[in-house]
Design a protein around this ligand. Sequence first.
Ligand SMILES: [Zn+2]
Length: 313
Amino acid sequence: MAVPFDRDFTVEHGRVDRLSPLIRRVVAENPGRFTFTGTGTYIVGTDRVAVIDPGPLLDSHLEALDRALDGLTVTHILITHTHGDHSPAAQPLKERTGAPTYGFGPHPVTDAPIAEAPIPDAGTAPQEERSDLAFVPDVVTRDGDVIVGEGWTIDALHTPGHISNHLCFALREEKVLFTGDHVMGWSTSVIPSPDGDLTDYMANLHRLLDRDDTVYWPTHGPAITDPPTYVRALIAHRDERTRQIVERLRTGDERIDQIVPVLYADVDPSLHPAAGRSVLAHLVALERAGTVTTDDEAPTTRSTWRLRGTAPR
Ligand SMILES: [Zn+2]
C-alpha cells in the first residue's frame, strides 16, 4: 500500500500564514533532505499565545518570528523534540519573551545524529543534521499533561519512535494534533536506532487511531486532512517493509548494505545511509519480537543478522 504523500506545498519563508481561527504558522528558511521546505513554527492562540517548535537558530527565522509575534504575548514555548531544526530557537525566544519552555526532557544520550557522516565544522553544518544538546525544558511535560492558555487548551501526548523525547500536542478547541516529526504528510519519519525505536513508533501510530483528531499539523510540510486513512497507510507501509526485510534475510542477505540497495532501489542513493538506519530500526524491532538475531549486543548498520533458528553462515 502506497502512502499518499502530499508534496504539493509552496511556502514563502518568513511569512505568517493564518491556518485556522487559533493557528498561525511561519516556515523557517531551512529546507533540506529531512526538513522538506523548512521548519513550520506554529503560533497558537489569539493574543496570549503558545509557540510550538521555534525552530533552528537562523537570523532570518528569528526576525520573522519577531514580526509574527509583534503585538502578541508569548506565554508558553512548546517543544516537540530536541532535533536541531525544532528546539534551538527556544532559548532566544525565551530571552525575548520570558515565556517558559515545555518539553519531555533534554536530548537523549542514546540519540545518534541522523547523518552518520562526521560533521567537520558544526558551525556550518545543516541544522537538521544536528541535535540540540543545550535544550532543557523549564516545565517537564509528560503524557497526559494539560497545558492551558488564554482561549486554548493543549494535551501532551508522549510519542517516542522518531526520538524518545517526542511529544505531540493536541489542541482541544479545534480537535487538531500538532504531530511534530511523528507523522508528516510529505515523507515517512526517520527512526534512527537505538534512540529511535520502531516498536514504540508503531505503537504510537496505532495509538493515534484511537483518537478523533480532524487534522494533523506536522512540523514539516502540509496538513494531513484525513488522519485515520493516512496513519493506516503508514502502518501498512512499515509492516510491508518488515516483511520485505525478513524476505531478504530468507534469500541470504545478512547485512544492511546488502538489503538497502534492493529495497530502496528507487530512492536517491544520497538517502541510503538514512534508509540503512531505518532498516536497522526494523531489524532491532524484529530482534525484540524474536524473529531475527545478531551477535552484536549494540547492533549498528554494519551488524550481521540472520533469521532466528537458522545457522550462521
Ligand atoms: Zn526530528
